[in-house]
Write a protein that binds this ligand. Structure first.
Ligand code: G6Q
Length: 543
């Protein structure tokens, strides 16, 4: 594919940016009272207001030209058809099949993948009903009260984020816990209050070879067997989510208790698959289906809507405009909903693992910026922390505000206060505060404060609003971000579905672990690593 920076639409966008120059959003809203309406788009219960980005009609037109020139529609259609668009791993990318609620056939290697998807969903449904009704009993005959998902990365972040986000829908008897970190503290603290007789462990690992997950699973099994009457009890308390039947059996989990998925489900796109079992157990299978349906609605919107009104496409394009052409150095995700407190962490993986690359699909170096730095916290907490830098720092940072209109916990005026703060932050970032406005508020003798109290404004934000955070709107929200990331990858010429960058550290950890166990750094270690190992080992010896 042609290098992005040599394409005409790319160069046209830079020329256009030069033409709009210092255009200030404050003036644009005065000039055009319909601006908010013109740049607001809706799909699948979500509304995205793009009007507080430094865009004009021409910007969007040029961005859509760019998307067409980069083949966004073609790549999208190839993904939906099941083509092997993950070229470095030679795999299809079919998380959309997991929520293909109309059962449109998707043929890969002559077989309809929907048959397998439906069979696993059915198995998950039966299991959910057994656990939630209390029919499934532990080794003392008592129903399960605690579910512990052991997994990491894509086998953890989605389930954690969604079970937290959908807590109002959770089963009253069931508490859901997550162990991901290989730091023994994580397992120790999670297991401390639990009773093995009423605990179900879900070992979630696509490969079933991930060092951290297997170590935590072994620790959980030892903890369980220290109390359980015999090894047979494992069958009632351990299930596996994996593509690797052999390794699951070797670990000692009955493959009857294994929920399968497939290599065409990428780790960070897997919450919709069997990896979502902890979600389904917590919120119930019907609401898990509502989550899938919300995502499906967004998929259909993405698949069928012209680029000019296509929400994930527009979010992606405006993101490219902000990052590559307007010079934003990071992107903040700011959910004004405490239930979404793990969304920034989830989107960090989705975005930074997908598009944190510096070579194109063809292996040539990118001469343009690719995936942005993603960070965030729920509002209003972030306002009392890093928002300062977004308002007055030297770096330009774009933001997504995520805002439901109705709270699950209508306490007094709390939700109105929350909404007022979200709206005020977006307003402040857009309007800023001029020197004249600052002077008008100053008391005599405060002249020196003028530069400190000024805000440039004109900082780009998008507000994604919804009526209420439900399984369906959350499904749509996540699918929207998945497709946004994919479209940006296509624009930048990347394969968004591999993650070779995580490999090197994994490889190097193996010899280091062996040497730490032996109590002596190997001669092959570099001097810096060796010195640190010696110091750490010395401290451990001292005790
Ligand atoms: C996600 C990544 C990565 C993966 C974990 C866990 O896209 O591939 O985060 O999900 O490394 O892998 P397993 O599920 O194989 O244990």
């Amino acid at each position: 594919m042609t290098a992005l920076d040599t394409t005409k639409p790319w160069q046209d966008l830079f020329a256009h940016a030069g033409r709009i120059g210092q255009m200030h959003l404050r003036d644009e809203f005065k000039r055009d009272p319909q601006r908010a309406q013109r740049f607001t788009f809706e799909a699948a219960g979500l509304l995205a207001d793009l009007s507080k980005n430094r865009i004009t009609d021409e910007t969007l037109k040029l961005l859509c030209d760019l998307a067409r020139a980069r083949g966004v529609e073609d790549w999208r259609d190839r993904m939906f058809k099941g083509e092997r668009i993950n070229t470095t791993e030679n795999r299809s990318v079919l998380h959309i099949a997991l929520r293909n609620c109309e059962d449109r056939p998707i043929i890969v290697e002559g077989a309809n993948v929907m048959d397998g998807v439906d069979a696993v969903l059915k198995k998950m449904m039966t299991f959910c009903h057994q656990i939630r009704s209390g029919d499934w009993q532990g080794y003392t005959g008592r129903p399960i009260t605690d579910i512990v998902n052991i997994g990491i990365g894509g086998s953890d972040l989605g389930p954690v984020m969604i079970t937290e986000a959908l807590k109002p829908y959770a089963h009253k008897r069931l508490s859901t816990h997550f162990i991901s970190n290989v730091d023994g503290t994580h397992a120790a603290e999670v297991l401390k209050p639990l009773d093995p007789a009423t605990t179900l462990f879900i070992i979630a690992s696509k490969t079933f070879t991930t060092q951290e997950t297997i170590a935590n699973a072994v620790t959980a099994r030892d903890w369980f067997l220290a109390k359980a009457p015999n090894k047979q009890a494992v069958a009632k308390h351990f299930v596996a989510l994996s593509t690797n039947t052999k390794a699951v059996a070797e670990f000692g989990i009955d493959t009857e208790n294994m929920f399968e998925f497939w290599d065409w489900v990428g780790g960070r796109y897997s919450l919709w698959s069997a990896i979502g079992l902890s979600i389904a157990l917590s919120i119930g299978f019907e609401d898990f289906e509502n989550l899938l349906e919300g995502a499906f609605e967004m998929d259909e919107h993405f698949r069928l809507t012209p680029l000019e009104r296509n929400l994930p496409v527009l979010l992606a394009l405006v993101g490219v405009w902000n990052a590559n052409i307007q010079g934003c150095t990071a992107h903040a995700v700011l959910p004004y909903d405490q239930y979404l407190h793990r969304l920034p962490a989830y989107l960090q993986q989705l975005d930074m693992e997908s598009n944190g690359k510096s070579v194109t699909r063809e292996g040539t170096a990118c001469a343009w910026q690719t995936g942005p730095i993603i960070f965030g916290e729920p509002g209003t907490n972030g306002q009392h922390s890093f928002h300062q830098l977004i308002h007055q720092g030297t770096r330009k940072i774009s933001c997504d505000f995520i805002l439901p209109a109705i709270s699950h916990n209508p306490l007094g005026d709390h939700h109105l206060m929350l909404m007022a703060n979200a709206l005020a932050q977006a307003q402040a970032l857009m309007l800023g505060k001029t020197e004249d406005e600052v002077r008008a508020e100053l008391k005599p003798g405060e002249e020196s404060l003028v530069p400190h109290k000024q805000f440039s404004g004109n900082r780009p934000t998008t507000t994604v609003a919804m009526k209420k955070l439900t399984p369906a709107t959350l499904g749509a929200l996540i699918a929207m971000y998945e497709h946004k990331v994919f479209v940006q990858g296509v624009i930048w010429g990347l394969n968004s579905f591999d993650q070779w960058g995580v490999e090197l550290g994994k490889q190097l950890a193996k010899p280091i672990l062996a040497e730490l166990k032996a109590g002596k750094p190997g001669d092959a270690q570099d001097a810096s690593t060796k010195a640190m190992m010696e110091r750490l080992l010395a401290w451990r010896k001292e005790g």
